[in-house]
Design a protein around this ligand. Structure first.
Ligand code: HEM
Length: 429
């Protein structure tokens, strides 16, 4: 049985359709609206089978290979080979080392105080100079500072370094991604930004202070990773950790300004648990279920990483369709999160979906902002903790008002970014 999907253009693929949709973030929504939960499309050199049904996705839950072609645009970032598509035998020990550096409740708790200080510094700065704030830029910088301090043993407070790193990643990703959709590409610009990022990695390596707990760099060296692989891993951690967490918090605040009733409930929960305190303690987070549900619901509606992919390693029958080994299975995270067969009234912002009662019986892979399986996000728990802390701190300190007439349009920058940022005025409460 052939898999439904759009006809290819005369060039033999659907690249024009993807480019017309603005990227794979929006294209996946149209694809599944028209063709159902399993649909095939083509990009130059590859055929992709996109699966928006969380039960069918279970069949690729243990696959530990990603397809080269889809992530080819990231290859120039790396010296030691594209980390996104490392073969399983290299990936397994690498993942173990990364997890030993960034996962673990005790180490999250140990760093909580310094994260809270970084969040408070940002809030103090906003309070001292109220005016329109570009949330994505500011919150991505904050997340970058957090990961640099936590996993890389370095305070990124030299001049405007954090700001320039965030801007350079944006430049590199927009140029490389645009080029992969056949958009005009200004080679010099991306290369200059990448050279700056490599310099920033060298700076992190030179400036880091080795603390009591071994950081990612020490652990990688002990695990016998090459210097080039260590530099690549630092770059990938900076990349993977900053704009994802930054946009998760930004989209949440965006949704909250449109839903004052949810904001009121959150403020009441925070007041009940924190009392007079403005910043939560680590142990408070477990007592803030509304906050956790709100963040999860925001990541359902605006998943920071809007898609993933796997390359199958054996023949499969999925939803009645035969997929030979080597098939690219596209994971349309956004379309899974907006699938009306899984999420009733999917566009509606409703954190109540995440109460235990309403979650009961929902397929395990219905909500996958951090992906799943052996390639899932190593930073998932850390990111949740950071985002909850920052949201709690900001909601205790400010009310947020969107800047009048400023459009908020989701675009693909590898993450689900808002074009022209999300601009808000903050008023101290
Ligand atoms: C809200 C914040 C974040 C979101 C939504 C997010 C989402 C994702 C997603 C969707 C993937 C791909 C998963 C897959 O293919 O199944 C991923 C991979 C990854 N993420 Fe995150 N991420 C976030 C924060 C972080 C943080 C804070 C770190 C670092 C501590 C991090 C490190 C990574 C790494 C290293 C990978 C590559 C995984 C691999 O190939 O083994 N992420 N992330």
């Amino acid at each position: 049985m052939p898999i439904p999907g759009p006809p290819p253009s005369p060039s033999g693929d659907n690249l024009d359709d993807v480019a017309a949709a603005g990227g794979l973030h929006a294209y996946q929504l149209a694809l599944h609206r028209e063709h159902g939960d399993v649909a095939a499309f083509r990009l130059p050199g590859s055929r992709l089978v996109s699966v928006a049904d969380p039960v069918l996705l279970e069949q690729v839950a243990r696959v530990n290979e990603r397809p080269d072609e889809l992530f080819e645009f990231l290859a120039p970032l790396f010296e030691s080979g594209n980390l996104q598509v490392m073969p399983a035998e290299e990936h397994v020990p690498w993942r173990r080392t990364v997890l030993s550096a960034v996962a673990g409740r005790r180490s999250h708790e140990a760093h909580f105080g310094s994260f809270a200080r970084l969040a408070t510094d940002l809030a103090d700065r906003w309070a001292a100079a109220p005016g329109p704030i570009a949330l994505q830029q500011e919150l991505s910088e904050l997340s970058l500072r957090m990961i640099c301090q936590y996993a890389l043993g370095m305070e990124m407070n030299t001049g405007d370094l954090a700001q320039r790193v965030v801007a350079s990643f944006e430049e590199v990703l927009s140029e490389y991604l645009g080029a992969s959709y056949g958009m005009p590409y200004e080679k010099g610009r991306a290369e200059k930004a990448l050279a700056f990022l490599r310099g920033a990695v060298d700076h992190v390596l030179a400036e880091r202070r080795v603390g009591e707990r071994p950081d990612l760099i020490t652990l990688m060296a002990e695990a016998g990773e090459s210097p080039a692989r260590i530099r690549d891993s630092v770059l990938v951690m900076m990349l993977a950790a900053h704009h994802t967490t930054g946009v998760a918090i930004s989209w949440t605040l965006h949704l909250l300004t449109r839903h004052p009733e949810v904001t009121d409930r959150l403020r009441a929960e925070l007041a009940g648990v924190l009392g007079e305190r403005r910043v939560p303690a680590f142990s408070d987070l477990a007592r803030l279920p509304e906050l956790e549900a709100t963040l999860k619901e925001a990541m359902r509606l605006y998943p920071p990483g809007p898609y993933g992919a796997r390359e199958t390693t054996e023949d499969l029958v999925l939803g009645g369709y035969e997929l030979p080994a080597g098939t690219t299975v596209f994971i349309p995270i956004w379309a899974v999160h907006l699938n009306p067969r899984v999420w009733p009234d999917p566009e509606r912002f409703d954190p109540g979906r995440f109460t235990p009662e309403r979650s009961a019986g929902r397929p395990r892979l219905a909500h996958i902002p951090f992906g799943f399986g052996p390639r899932s996000c190593e930073g998932a728990r850390l990111a949740m903790m950071e985002a909850q802390l920052v949201l709690a701190t900001l909601l205790r300190r400010f009310t947020f008002t969107p800047v009048d007439g400023h459009p908020v349009v989701p675009i693909e920058r590898f993450v689900l970014w808002a074009e022209h940022d999300i601009k808000m005025t903050v008023t101290p409460t």
